[in-house]
Write a protein that binds this ligand. Structure first.
Ligand code: ATP
Length: 244
């Protein structure tokens, strides 16, 4: 593992908020209005440091995906405080949410690859939205990270010609190609057999540690808990425990 400053800082005792990528304070969230109003998150407090891999587990319907989408700036927080990379998302304007999204890599259960694009073209998309790379640079970086995830001989394959594990590896390459400081993953192994699931999380862990990025991963898969630096549990909309 390549040690970077983030790992070294995390090895010691650190103050709340310092070197934090995610700082959540007294966060509540409701769905619906009036009689249909339902509170799904209650007084969430969480501080995740740079370079940490945190797994969130908990029963179905407990609020994990809701919290992940709030952290990912994919829905707007209503009450409390949610700071991602020092940007407050409560009350943030749309363009501020868009800027934050560019700094986050997303990996979902269903890989969400574009069927009409090759593996290489799908990964390139992870760079195109930044608008800072030439076509040659995008090609080079996409081919390089696909080779790193073991798909150097599948660059021009379409998703339908790849296995589930290979598709998820393309999704990981797409999420990490721009070296985002934060990666959010929702059930990344749910559609995979245990061997492919293990390969996929090992790969996420390796790339994340090399790049020094922070990962927040939601899973029901007990077989992958060992990759976490910390495990937090959601129950009935409350974070009930935090184990290191
Ligand atoms: N868009 C929505 N509108 C209304 N209610 C919602 C919405 N999204 C989620 N909910 C409700 O919020 C609660 C939490 O859902 P959420 O998907 O966050 O749970 P989860 O822990 O991720 O579940 P799972 O493990 O099954 O994915 C559930 O009761 C769900 O029905």
């Amino acid at each position: 593992m390549i040690m970077n400053s983030a790992n070294i800082i995390n090895a010691g005792i650190s103050e709340p908020g310092k070197n934090s990528v995610i700082v959540i304070t007294s966060l509540n969230h409701d769905f619906g209005h009036g009689n249909l109003k339902k509170q799904v998150l209650f007084d969430i407090n969480l501080d995740i440091k740079s370079g940490e891999i945190v797994i969130m587990t908990g029963p179905s319907g407990s609020g994990k995906t809701t919290l992940l989408t709030l952290v990912g700036a994919l829905r707007s927080p209503q009450f409390g405080s949610l700071k991602i990379l020092n940007q407050e998302l409560c009350g943030a304007k749309d363009n501020q949410l868009v800027m934050i999204r560019r700094k986050i890599g997303y990996i979902f259960q269903a890989h969400n690859l574009h069927r009409s694009l090759t593996a290489l073209q799908n990964v390139r998309m992870g760079l195109e939205m930044h608008g800072t790379f030439s076509p040659e640079e995008m090609h080079h970086h996409a081919a390089e990270i696909l080779t790193e995830v073991g798909l150097g001989d599948r660059l021009n394959y379409y998703p339908e010609d790849l296995s589930g594990g290979q598709k998820q590896r393309v999704a990981i390459a797409r999420a990490l190609v721009s070296h985002p400081p934060l990666v959010l993953a929702d059930e990344p192994t749910a559609a995979l057999d245990s061997k492919s699931g293990r390969e996929v999380v090992n790969l996420m862990q390796k790339l994340a540690k090399e790049q020094g990025c922070t990962i927040l991963l939601v899973t029901h898969d007990n077989r992958i808990l060992d990759i976490a630096d910390r495990i937090v549990t959601m129950e009935d909309g409350k974070l009930t425990s935090s184990l290191r």
